[in-house]
Structures are given as structure tokens and as C-alpha cells.
Design a protein around this ligand. Structure first.
Ligand SMILES: Cc1cc2nc3c(=O)[nH]c(=O)nc-3n(C[C@H](O)[C@H](O)[C@H](O)COP(=O)(O)OP(=O)(O)OC[C@H]3O[C@@H](n4cnc5c(N)ncnc54)[C@H](O)[C@@H]3O)c2cc1C
Length: 349
């Protein structure tokens, strides 16, 4: 059983670098330790919260009641089956290390998701996505621990209900499930996915080049370095809000007022709008700052802690941004970042 400490400040465990103490705090380095900690919380009637790299959370200034477990379950293994490779990774593995490993092996599937901070275990939670792919497309199954019963089971991807930055793990049915490992299904045959605008443009720039999986990773990393601040030095959780998904008629109404508004079909008869463009060109908020909080100069969707921000400052700032977008577009935007320890927390665990 790992050490359980009391009143551990959580700010250092988040990339936004804000947040008060966990009532109880422990680190789980194996499935057994995670199960033992779940038992500890169950016996004492404590709320249980698991965190990985803390790169998609806003922790309240009052901290989090109950037990917070930082997940460091490691282990990577692979099995080749013809052209396919099943790559299994412990949920506490650093996501980008796993991507790098797959790219070095020459396996296709994860390269567009290069350089996303955080852990493997969080990737199915919000179905991380970037550069034209969502991780749910390459997940075979997810191994989970039910904290209410201690049972371990394997959930096939088809039961994970992956959607745009959404999955069963963010909803009621998955609220008690802790992800222990994830199995990805990759391809040994070239399978480049270059349809995303920025990627397509970068590959077109260089003329007909030999596309390799490592080249795609390198290009993605290069594009990202121009768009995101260096999260190791600047407090940020990446894109703070989701791109809004609206009806075709709302999209037409907005394009009439704001020609050039980039939008993509979501494949289900609705349109996904570029919120970065709206914040930048419609609301003129790129680089906007109030006190210690601001929107990044190079990408308005990215909120940054300019140093010394509190969680309530960030929450109030994000509320203002939501109101400004609503004033101009009549559209309600949602946060992508998960709020933990607030009255209206959207953490399910
Ligand atoms: C600079 C920057 C760029 C980013 N770019 C992208 C991007 O391109 N695309 C994208 O989708 N996201 C992006 N993100 C957001 C973030 O990196 C991802 O959401 C990432 O998957 C979060 O991983 P984490 O381990 O830090 O999760 P955390 O922030 O620690 O946790 C996030 C949520 O998942 C839950 N959770 C974590 N681990 C588990 C587990 N093992 N079992 C069950 N629940 C769990 C937590 O309780 C919490 O609700 C970016 C963030 C930053 C800072």
C-alpha cells in the first residue's frame, strides 16, 4: 500500500500551475497499488479522484476533498498480428513517450497525436484529438478498475462511446471506472492521415516527398511548437474550450455575418466551428489579458496563466470569454478542461 499523505498542494501536479490541497494524496505505481488505494477510499467513504499529468484540469483554490491519486502505472508491450500491431500501455505512461516508441518501431496510427502532454490513461477519457484524428479511432480496448467493487474488466472500444472530446469515462456510466491500461491497434503498413489543413499544406509545400511515419511526427511537432506555449515553462492546459458544434442553419447564419469562418462537417449533419478563429477574428480576443490570465498571442483558444493566477481568476476569466462569444454569435461554448474541486465540478471521479 503506497504512502497516503494529507494536505498535499496540487498546483505542482497540474500544467496550469494552480489549485489548492488534496485532503489525501498518494501515488499509484501499479494496478495493485491503484486497487489498494481504491479500497482505502471505499472503506473510509472518501471521494476518489485520479489524475495523470494534470494537463487537462483546473483544480479549485480550495483543493479537492477525499483521496487524489496520481497515476504512475507503467509498462508497454506489443503483439504483432499480420499487418496489425496491438500496443498495450500502462495508463501512467507518458503519452508522448508511447507515441515516440510506436513511431520508432515504424507503426502507423499515433503519429498525428504527437506532443500532446499527459498520460495514456487520460487519452480515452476525452478522446484526445489533433490533426485530423481522434485516439478512439485507434483504441482496441481499455482495461478498467471499478472503484466501487474493486473489479477489473476490459472494455472494447465499441463500448467506450467515443465522441468529440467525449467518452463513457466522462459520463455517469463510467464515473467509477479508473483506466489501468489502454490497447491501441496500429498498422505496420503505411497509413498516412494528412487531410487536416495545416498538415496537408506542409506536405504540399515540400512537393512530392516520401511520407514516413517519423516525418509526419516531426511535422506535427513543428506545427504544434508554433501554436502552443511551452507547457513546461508557461502555465496552460492547451485548448481551454471545445470547438462548438452547431446546426447547419446556425452555421449559415454565422457565415453570412462573418465570411471566412472555418467550419467542418462533424459527419453527423452538424458543423464544427473553429473557436480559435471566432475568438481571434470575431471577438478580437487573441492575446487578451486580465490580471494574471490571458489568451495566448499565437492561438486564442489557449488560455495561459501569466504567473500567479488563482483558479477562481481563471474560472471568472473563462466565464467572460464565454459571455463575449455568446454576445457576438449567440452560441454557448463549453469548456474542454475538467474542473475539479468546484461545486459544479465535472469530474466524475
Ligand atoms: C500545451 C497543451 C496542448 C494540448 N493539446 C491537446 C490536443 O492537441 N488534443 C487534445 O485532445 N488535448 C490536448 N491537450 C489536453 C491534454 O493534454 C489531454 O487532454 C491529455 O490527455 C490529458 O492527460 P493528463 O494525464 O494530463 O490528464 P489529467 O489532466 O490529469 O486528467 C484529465 C481528466 O482525466 C481523468 N483521468 C486521468 N487519468 C485517468 C485514468 N487513468 N482513469 C480515469 N480517468 C482519468 C481525470 O480525472 C480528469 O478528469 C493539451 C494540453 C496542453 C497543456
Amino acid at each position: 500500500m503506497p504512502d497516503v499523505r494529507q494536505r498535499v498542494m496540487l498546483a505542482p501536479y497540474t500544467t496550469l500551475k494552480v489549485g489548492g490541497p488534496a485532503e489525501y494524496f498518494a501515488i499509484a505505481k501499479s494496478e495493485e497499488e491503484m486497487a489498494a488505494l481504491a479500497g482505502f477510499a471505499r472503506e473510509r467513504g472518501l471521494e476518489f479522484t485520479v489524475i495523470g499529468g494534470g494537463s487537462n484540469i483546473l483544480v479549485s483554490d480550495d483543493g479537492i476533498q477525499g483521496l487524489v491519486v496520481k497515476n504512475e502505472i507503467k509498462g508497454v508491450s506489443s503483439e504483432v498480428d499480420g499487418e496489425r500491431v496491438f500496443l498495450k500501455a500502462g495508463s501512467g505512461e507518458i503519452w508522448d513517450d508511447v507515441v515516440a516508441h510506436s513511431v520508432e518501431a515504424g507503426w502507423w496510427g499515433l503519429e498525428n497525436l504527437s506532443a500532446i502532454p499527459g498520460t495514456v490513461g487520460a487519452t480515452p477519457v476525452q478522446n484526445v484529438g489533433a490533426y485530423g484524428i481522434e485516439v478512439g479511432e485507434v483504441i482496441a480496448s481499455v482495461r478498467v478498475l471499478d472503484i466501487t467493487t474493486g473489479e477489473i474488466s476490459e472494455i472494447p472500444a465499441t463500448d467506450c462511446r467515443f465522441g468529440y472530446r467525449d467518452s463513457v469515462f466522462k459520463n455517469e456510466a463510467g464515473r467509477d471506472l479508473i483506466i489501468l491500461s489502454v490497447t491501441y491497434v496500429l498498422s505496420r503498413m503505411p497509413a498516412p492521415r494528412l487531410h487536416y489543413r495545416d498538415l496537408e499544406a506542409r506536405f504540399a509545400e515540400h512537393g512530392p516527398v516520401q511520407v514516413s511515419v517519423s516525418k509526419v511526427r516531426a511535422v506535427v511537432m513543428d506545427i504544434r511548437s508554433g501554436k502552443f506555449p511551452d507547457w513546461k515553462n508557461i502555465g496552460t492546459a492547451g485548448s481551454f474550450f471545445k470547438n462548438p458544434i452547431v446546426s447547419v442553419s446556425d452555421h449559415e447564419r454565422l457565415v453570412d455575418i462573418y465570411p471566412g469562418l472555418p467550419a467542418y462537417t462533424d459527419g453527423e449533419g452538424r458543423m464544427k466551428l473553429s473557436l480559435g478563429w471566432i475568438l481571434d477574428h470575431v471577438c478580437a480576443l487573441r492575446g487578451y489579458r486580465e490580471g494574471n490570465v490571458g489568451l495566448y498571442e499565437r492561438q486564442a483558444l489557449v488560455l495561459v496563466n501569466r504567473g500567479g493566477a488563482t483558479a477562481s481568476e481563471i474560472k471568472n476569466f473563462s466565464k467572460k470569454i464565454r459571455e463575449k462569444v455568446f454576445e457576438k454569435t449567440d452560441i454557448e461554448i463549453e469548456m474542454e478542461v475538467r474542473m475539479l474541486g468546484f461545486d459544479e465540478s465535472n469530474s466524475k471521479k
